[in-house]
Design a protein around this ligand. Structure first.
Ligand code: ZN
Length: 155
């Protein structure tokens, strides 16, 4: 179930302050600091599974439901026109969907440019998201998702 060599498995427990929503099978947490953007979340399976293609039928149904709810919540909470979803599974072979708010005021985060933006923050060439803004969006997402995903929280 948990692979102790996997960085996604390892990230489930130590960062409860980054968690916006969780259930027995899923966890939504903000990107740890330095965060590339305020509202850059990761939706992860708790089970060590490589990709959506490897989910069981129950997990697959839940994933679609949760991904949609998280994208709506992030779009509305950050007030962005859309939310990007990126899943490579290369850094860690464990399902983790990057949910990235498309900030219309920042052209450097548009489409594939967001990958360059991400690396620039990683290299400390761009400022990361402000920690207080990150805390605020996590709190807003918690409030929103607690209601919308209540039926899955204890499933
Ligand atoms: Zn894992």
């Amino acid at each position: 179930m948990i692979d102790d060599r996997c960085s996604v498995c390892a990230a489930h427990e130590p960062s409860p302050c980054l968690v916006a929503w969780e259930s027995p099978r899923w966890i939504l947490r903000h990107h740890p600091g330095p965060a590339p953007l305020c509202g850059w979340f990761l939706l992860c399976s708790r089970r060590h599974v490589a990709s959506v293609a490897d989910l069981n039928p129950v997990e697959e149904r839940e994933f679609a439901r949760i991904l949609g709810a998280c994208m709506r919540a992030l779009r509305d909470t950050r007030r962005v026109p859309r939310v990007y979803v990126v899943m490579f599974g290369e850094g860690a072979p464990h399902l983790h969907a990057h949910l990235i708010p498309r900030d219309a005021s920042c052209e450097a985060t548009r489409a594939w440019a967001v990958a360059d933006f991400y690396r620039a923050v990683e290299r400390r060439e761009r400022a990361p998201a402000a920690p207080d803004a990150v805390d605020a969006i996590i709190a807003s997402m918690r409030a929103r998702l607690a209601g919308e995903l209540d039926c899955l929280t204890h499933a």
